[in-house]
Design a protein. Sequence first.
Length: 269
Amino acid sequence: MKIGIVAPASRLHPEIAESVTALAASQFGSRVELVFHPQCFLTEGHFAGTDAVRAQAFLDVANDESIAAVWFARGGYGSGRIADAVLEGLKPAARNKTYLGYSDGGFLLGALYRRGYRVAHGPIPHDIRRDGGEAAVRRALAYLADGDKSGLEPSLDGKAVAFNLTILAMLIGTPWMPDLTGHVVMVEEVSEHLYAVDRLMFHATSNEGVRRCAGIRLGRVSDVPENDRPFGQTPEQIVRHWCALSGIAYLGEADIGHDAANKIVPFGV
């Protein structure tokens, strides 16, 4: 089985690719082959190559009939800049794959899911650098290679999606926003002030499409910068507040976040 790896946003360091390749070999032997597109290691300012190069690399992997799954190398920023070009260039072979990523990759996950592709939120190669990151990478590889469900988010029951909260808010009003009717929406955030989390929840829960969801679960809100005065509410209190005002059910916690414990959430059923 071949798993294609592409970097639709920021660059992946070659040393990380080497570590992930070695881990995959120890876990699966020759049964799984990781194919890192050379584009993963390019640098163009903040990005892993120009927009055109990143879009073409994604299409190279997605449209390759020999590749069974597409794994996003890392987050960062840049996936939304190539979404139109990617969607326009996908061929029938691209539908026969699972797409796995999270963070900034949510732009593409949402756009692909809207068009009926099989996508999931979950760990990425770059996560191997985290404390406990090998377990996260093994979890993702087991899911992609064998459909292993042991790494799924434990509350899954019915249709669900998972997004970084900033990405979800940015998708609203775009042609990439998926239909969330009847879905449990799981959100997480990293490196944002709590007032910014509050602002994002205001925006997201004001949207009629989001209000048609089955409810919201809150993942981890981590690495919160200190403000010049305390915001006065915890992340859970913020989410409960906006859920109550918008009539959305608050369903509790989700085991997702920018950390090695981040669980897998297949979009849909």
